[in-house]
Design a protein around this ligand. Structure first.
Ligand SMILES: CC(C)(COP(=O)(O)OP(=O)(O)OC[C@H]1O[C@@H](n2cnc3c(N)ncnc32)[C@H](O)[C@@H]1OP(=O)(O)O)[C@@H](O)C(=O)NCCC(=O)NCCS
Length: 179
């Protein structure tokens, strides 16, 4: 199994592997974006310092195990969101996830981050497809794979990865791009 690089860049953004030292910046970014994040991200409600520290510890373990590669999205020195590659869609595939700080949305940040991750994923020898899942009501999230040339495969019931968030409908849209 090959891992992607610790840092990536595309357009206006850089991505670098989350580190334990980022806990305060992660907590601030989530807290400042809570109203938007909690609509779609079930983990966001009740976020606190322990959850931020725990997430970063988990990121290290998941990276080392080759299960997930989570990056801070940065513009200059500022952390503006998070994006990652997840090995949870079967052999030959990686799934992209992302969120962006509310002060930074609407400027192509998620699209640039997903472009960097798509390229990195498809550069790994065993990866032949990358997929993006989003709730059917999350139109902004759906714009990212559409803009990057992914194919819309269709809709399916949400996987039970987490309990649902307030705006989620229970139906996901699945997008895919292949090498
Ligand atoms: C979804 C999210 C990641 C988008 O990040 P972003 O950096 O603003 O994304 P981009 O600027 O690259 O693209 C956003 C697109 O959505 C569009 N958009 C924004 N709000 C929208 C809305 N309410 N309805 C429809 N489209 C919308 C923008 O116009 C843009 O499309 P365009 O370039 O065709 O005009 C960000 O809003 C976010 O973090 N939301 C909360 C968490 C979340 O939903 N994460 C994804 C879970 S699958």
């Amino acid at each position: 199994m090959t891992n992607p690089p610790d840092s990536l860049s595309h357009g206006q953004v850089s991505l670098r592997r989350w580190q334990p030292e980022d806990a305060a910046a992660l907590l601030a970014a989530v807290t400042e974006s809570l109203e938007e994040l909690r609509q779609w991200m079930p983990w966001a409600d009740g976020y606190d310092a322990d959850r931020a520290t725990g997430y970063l510890t988990d990121c290290e373990a998941q990276w080392e195990a080759g299960r997930a590669y989570n990056y801070a999205i940065t513009v200059g020195e500022t952390i503006v969101g998070s994006a990652g590659l997840h090995r949870r869609i079967g052999e030959g595939g990686l799934e992209i996830g992302y969120w962006v700080h509310s002060d930074w949305t609407g400027r192509g940040i998620a699209t640039d981050a997903a472009a960097a991750l798509t390229r990195a994923a498809l550069s790994l020898p065993e990866i032949t497809r990358v997929e993006i899942y989003h709730d059917a009501a999350n139109a902004a999230s759906g714009r990212i794979p559409a803009k990057l040339g992914y194919t819309r495969l269709g809709e399916r019931p949400t996987r039970d990865l987490w309990p649902s968030a307030p705006s989620e409908t229970g139906t996901d849209v699945v997008w895919q791009i292949t090498r």
